[in-house]
Design a protein around this ligand. Structure first.
Ligand SMILES: [Zn+2]
Length: 215
C-alpha cells in the first residue's frame, strides 16, 4: 500500500480513538499525484481499511461507493492546490459550536486561546445547507476568505493541508470549541483582533483577507 494511504488510515484511527469521528460520521481523503483516495460511504474512521476507500483518478471512480460529501473534498483541493489531505469530522464540541452564531465570518469561534491561530488561521463559517447537497458545495465555493479549515453551520468541520496539518487542525478546533462551550454564560477575556493577526502572521496562516501562507 502507498505510504501516504497507510498514514491516512492511521490518522483516521487516531481521530476515532480521540472521539472526534463518532460512528460512521466524517470522511477523510489524501491526494497522491493525480489520484485521490477517499473513505467510502458508510465507513467508520475506527476500522478504516484499504477496502473501504473510493479511488478517483481523472474522473474515473473505483473501489468503495463514494460518500455524498465527496464534492466538498474536490472543492477544497481545487481551492488549495497544495493540499494533499482533506478531513471532515462531526466532532462533538466543534459541531455544537457550529450551531451558534459565528464570531466573525472568517473565524467562527471567539478567540480565547492562541493555538488555533498558530496552527490554522482563518476558520470561515459556512451557512447551513443539507449535507452532500449542491447548495453546500456552492456555499463552500463562495467562501471569500483564504482558508485551510471551515466550520459548516449545524454540521461539523473541514480541514486541509498535509495529513499531519489537517489532523492537528481537527484537534485544535475541537479543543478551542470545548473551551468556548465551557465559557458560555461567562464573560472571558478574549484575544484582540490584532493579537490574532500577529499569531497567524508569525505562523504563516491566513487571517481575514490576507493569505500569509503565500507571503
Ligand atoms: Zn458531514
Amino acid at each position: 500500500m502507498n505510504e501516504q494511504v497507510q498514514e491516512m488510515l492511521n490518522t483516521a484511527h487516531r481521530l476515532a480513538a480521540l472521539g472526534l469521528s463518532p460512528g460512521t460520521s466524517g470522511n477523510i481523503s489524501c491526494r497522491v499525484g493525480e489520484t485521490i483516495y477517499l473513505s467510502g460511504s458508510g465507513t467508520s474512521f475506527s476500522t478504516l481499511s484499504e477496502s473501504d476507500l473510493t479511488i478517483l483518478n481523472n474522473g474515473h471512480v473505483e473501489g468503495a461507493s463514494p460518500t455524498k460529501e465527496m464534492g466538498f473534498h474536490l472543492k477544497v483541493y481545487e481551492r488549495n492546490p497544495e493540499a494533499t489531505a482533506v478531513i471532515h469530522v462531526h466532532s462533538p464540541n466543534a459541531t455544537a459550536v457550529s450551531c451558534l452564531d459565528p464570531w466573525q465570518p472568517y473565524f467562527a469561534i471567539p478567540p480565547i486561546t492562541p493555538y488555533v491561530f498558530m496552527r490554522v488561521g482563518n476558520l470561515p463559517y459556512v451557512p447551513y445547507e443539507h449535507p452532500g447537497s449542491p447548495e453546500l458545495f456552492d456555499s463552500i465555493d463562495k467562501v471569500e476568505y483564504p482558508y485551510d479549515a471551515l466550520l459548516l453551520a449545524n454540521h461539523g468541520v473541514i480541514t486541509s493541508g498535509t495529513l499531519a496539518q489537517a489532523e492537528q487542525a481537527c484537534i485544535e478546533i475541537e479543543s478551542l470549541s470545548g473551551l468556548h462551550l465551557q465559557l458560555l454564560g461567562h464573560n472571558p477575556n478574549r484575544l484582540t483582533e490584532e493579537q490574532c493577526e500577529q499569531l497567524a502572521k508569525k505562523a504563516k496562516r491566513p487571517w481575514n483577507r490576507t493569505d500569509y501562507r503565500k507571503t
